[in-house]
Design a protein around this ligand. Structure first.
Ligand code: FAD
Ligand code: SIN
Length: 521
């Protein structure tokens, strides 16, 4: 069956819904989403949303912190848009009724997170994403122009004459449908599920990145994967995120001897950027041979359970008291800095196709995203994309001179036998082992060879079922990540190689993009 709204939005997280709200006054909007409408990373966000609204803060300071965390690779124009327009869009959320924590005078009470020089993270306890999601869904429900179709798994972008004209999806009965629209927004989120250990929900399988690459859109920065330092590490329990806001409120990382060790690795100790804290944890674990834990026991003035109710409950279910016990932690994949290349208004290299949120790459996060900048990114760049999607389709604007270097096109390989062990679990284990926090030359070579073969086999496969489509997304993203990680012979942000442990601005101070070589049509 084919439907024809004016605009098509893929996903129902913060980027998708904010874009849909911007589009609703210009025509009909169809939102397709993989599972329930509130499934996705947005609803799981804990720490908060970073925004320069405090008296001691300014967009300038927020820009400086974002650039510093990005390790030399943020695109300043994108960051200026983020931090400059952030206050306007967060004020809008407040006006729509977002219930963020407030101080005794009734003003929003921001918390601190790592690598922020001031308290600027607005939050709703430790479940900020749930509150933002509630508000956005409430706004959307009030607009008859927007229709949400859930349990609609998009498997293909439709292109005609080099223009994206919509998408095809499978419904819960595995029937195929097409939606054709004047403009299509990818807001399908990240790709944490490519890895065996992740904080991400099950829907984040990188479908948007993979589908865009398949139809010839440019992707970039996929070597930059963010590992959150503190995820609950109790055997048999889910890898539940222990928000950075815990460290922002004073939590310490302890080694097996109970010593606070971060000061030996970083002058900012627990509040250093995420990539650095995560690697320090791995080093300390190797040095001591024992586990690392997070402790709040010394914070006598903080009502830990009241401030972090959701995390307290997850710890309680694991038999731990967050206020008293050392809680075992380890890093896990959390966020992908790279994605589908866009300009500041969400246009991609494919006319008619736009992208916003975690699926997109504006260069705003550089090599390492600053904590709580992702919800803000979805809000600001979702709104920006929604504002221009009514215009005639065109190719994205360029980045600054020399900032984004196109690498040799990925050539579709010959049809090959699939690796004997090709399945979702193996993909995730291999990505975790070979594309992890500390990358070795042997691991990267092995990943590149295996994922290249796996991708060629997936592309050659004629299987049209959902499980095959899912596997193909995971494999395609892992293939792009291994290709990018092997290519970048330096270390910075979320990309660390044992054979090239230093940052090299002269040779690698730019972003690299990949595009699929188109066969003659
Ligand atoms: P998402 O919110 O992930 O939404 C993606 C949508 O696309 C979903 O609706 C999904 O179902 C849909 N989708 C995916 N594939 C398909 C398909 N094939 N067909 C149809 N639909 C599809 N960031 C912060 O700034 N602050 C925080 O405090 C914070 N905490 C976090 C805590 C956790 C546990 C996690 C996992 C992330 C956190 N992040 C945080 C990151 C942030 O939540 C995400 O980066 C952000 O919400 C992404 O928003 P999005 O709209 O791009 O994607
Ligand atoms: C957290 O609460 O630690 C997650 C914040 C983020 O991903 O920015």
């Amino acid at each position: 069956m084919t439907t024809q709204p004016d605009f098509l939005v893929l996903g129902s997280g913060i980027a998708a819904l904010r874009a849909a709200l911007a589009l609703a006054s210009r025509g009909s909007v169809c939102v397709l989403t993989k599972g329930e409408p509130d499934q996705g990373s947005t609803g799981w966000a804990q720490g908060g949303i970073a925004v320069a609204m405090g008296d001691d803060d300014s967009p300038r300071l927020h820009l400086e912190d974002t650039l510093a965390a990005g390790d030399g690779l943020c695109e300043p124009d994108a960051v200026r848009a983020l931090v400059g327009e952030g206050p306007r869009y967060v004020s809008e959320l407040l006006a729509w009724g977002a219930r963020f924590d407030r101080d005794a005078q009734g003003r929003p009470a921001p918390t601190r997170e790592a690598a922020h020089s001031v308290r600027r993270v607005l939050h709703a306890d430790d479940a900020t994403g749930r509150e933002i999601s509630r508000v956005l869904h409430e706004q959307v429900a009030a607009l008859p122009a927007i229709t949400i179709i859930d349990h609609a798994i998009v498997t293909e972008l439709l292109c005609e004459g080099g223009v994206c004209v919509g998408a095809a999806y499978r419904d819960a009965q595995d029937r195929r449908h097409e939606v054709r629209a004047r403009a299509t927004l990818l807001a399908t989120g990240g790709a944490g599920q490519v890895f065996a250990q992740t904080t991400n929900p099950t829907v984040t399988t990188g479908d948007g990145m993979a589908m865009a690459f398949e139809v010839g859109a440019e992707v970039a920065d996929l070597e930059f994967v963010q590992f959150h330092p503190t995820v609950l590490d109790v055997p048999g329990r889910p890898r539940f995120l222990l928000s950075e806001a815990l460290r922002g409120e004073g939590a310490r990382l302890l080694n097996v001897a109970g010593e606070a060790f971060m000061g030996r690795y970083e002058s900012a100790a627990e509040l250093a950027p995420r990539d650095r804290v995560a690697r320090a944890i791995v080093r300390e674990r190797q040095r001591t041979g024992g586990p690392i834990s997070l402790s709040m026991a010394h914070l006598r003035d903080l009502d830990v359970h009241a401030r972090f109710p959701q995390i307290s409950e997850a710890c309680r279910e694991a038999g731990l008291d967050l206020a008293r016990d050392p809680v075992p932690v380890s890093p896990a994949v959390h966020y992908v800095m790279g994605g589908v290349v866009t300009d500041l208004d969400g246009r991609t290299s494919l006319p008619g196709l736009y992208a916003a949120g975690e699926v997109a790459c504006t260069g705003v996060h550089g090599a390492n995203r600053l904590a709580s900048n992702s919800l803000l990114e979805g809000l600001v760049f979702g709104a920006r994309a929604g504002a221009v999607m009514g215009e005639p389709p065109r190719v994205r604007d360029g980045w600054g001179p020399g900032r984004l270097v196109a690498c040799a096109p990925a050539v579709p390989g010959p049809a090959v036998e699939a690796p004997a062990d090709l399945d979702v679990a193996t993909v995730r284990l291999r990505a975790w082992r070979d594309l992890g926090l500390v990358r070795t030359p042997e691991g990267l070579q092995a990943a590149d060879a295996w994922f290249t073969q796996a991708r060629a086999a997936c592309v050659a496969s004629t299987a049209g079922d959902l499980a095959s489509a899912q596997l193909r997304s995971l494999v395609t993203v892992a293939y792009l990540m291994s290709r990018a990680a092997l290519r970048r012979e330096e270390s910075r942000g979320g990309h660390y190689r044992t054979d090239f442990p230093e940052r090299h601005d002269d040779t690698w101070g730019h972003h690299c993009s990949d595009v699929l070589q188109r066969t003659a049509e």
